[in-house]
Design a protein around this ligand. Sequence first.
Ligand code: ZN
Length: 397
Amino acid sequence: MSPMSDVASPDLAPHTPELLTCDILYTGMGGAQSPGGVVVSGGIVAATGHPDTLRGNFPHARERRAGSIIAPPPVNAHTHLDMSAYDFQALPYFRWIPEVAVGQREKRGLAGALAGAETLGGLGAGAVGDIVGSHGQDMLAPLLARTDLSGVVYFEVLSPFPERADEVFSAARQVMDAHRKLERPGGPRLGLSPHTPFTVSSRLMRLLTDYAAGEGIPLQIHVAEHPSEVELFRTGGGPIWDSMTRFPYPATFAEVIGRAPEADLTPVRYLDELGVLTARPTLVHMVNVTPDDIARTARAGCAVVSCPRSNTHLECGVFPWAGFAAAGVEIALGTDSVASGGSLDVRDDVAFARTLYPHLDPRLIVRAAVKGGSRVTGTPLPFIRRGETWQESFIWP
Ligand SMILES: [Zn+2]
């Protein structure tokens, strides 16, 4: 025993409260505040609020600037873990798909998915919305078994041929039925992802979303990512159609969507009129949308996930954050895959979004990454409030 042990060192006194300060505090409840502070005593949160108030109420607390943000861990609400072994490359959308997504396809699979899950665990991610590619059924069981990975693992389905819709649906349903029983308490739930409104026939889209709505299965759909998707619904042609018809595809886009393209038809209006939005799918990207699309999304109560780095790297445009926020739509953030986003750390998208939207209150962006993601993935948040255990991971690096 050290002879000095009976002399209390101020640094080691076990219950000297500590006041941690930051630029943005989000407790998990209400809105985020700026500046913010948290008083921690004996590893327990004693109080949260404005630093000046906390200084007055805890005059003996030692003060430490924690960093820019104190908040629960953010949720990566949209990614493709099975592409985690890919090399990142920023390229325009119509070059990225053949040169990166298809060009590196031998790197897609279970090894990448598990490495990605490890990476998320190391980052202390709150939860994940992960898309498992349609040929990746073998990945579902190992991912669902991971109780360190909360959120949703969505099985992706695509087929543009209406005459094959029933057959593709019943195969997808068998996969879902076989794997739903593998869900574990604390682990991810199984979800369903009809790929996009232009790669899934209208009949299959309805079958999948009606089934999911009836069974309470979470849904994600990629919508309005690139401007040419809007052109496709307006004209039935354009660069997306040209790139798709290199694969086996129906003769016309009208066959895929079960109606004629028209001047003011958009991907969102199409999904709404098809009855898909009543299943309340989470709509991913939503970059190239009209005010009417935003109003339809809000009316249906659908949440959206924005992937700001991926959208910028692929030159898809800028998600109209202020428009969705004004309409009261729940916004979450995702990295998309490392191949287009650059990393699996959604805090990198928070930082990127703060530069992309210089006039947007950064407190909204932090709240979206935490609360929006929690709502999208259906995972509970840890709250930072009096009586809860303090975690150092609440300080975002
Ligand atoms: Zn995606």
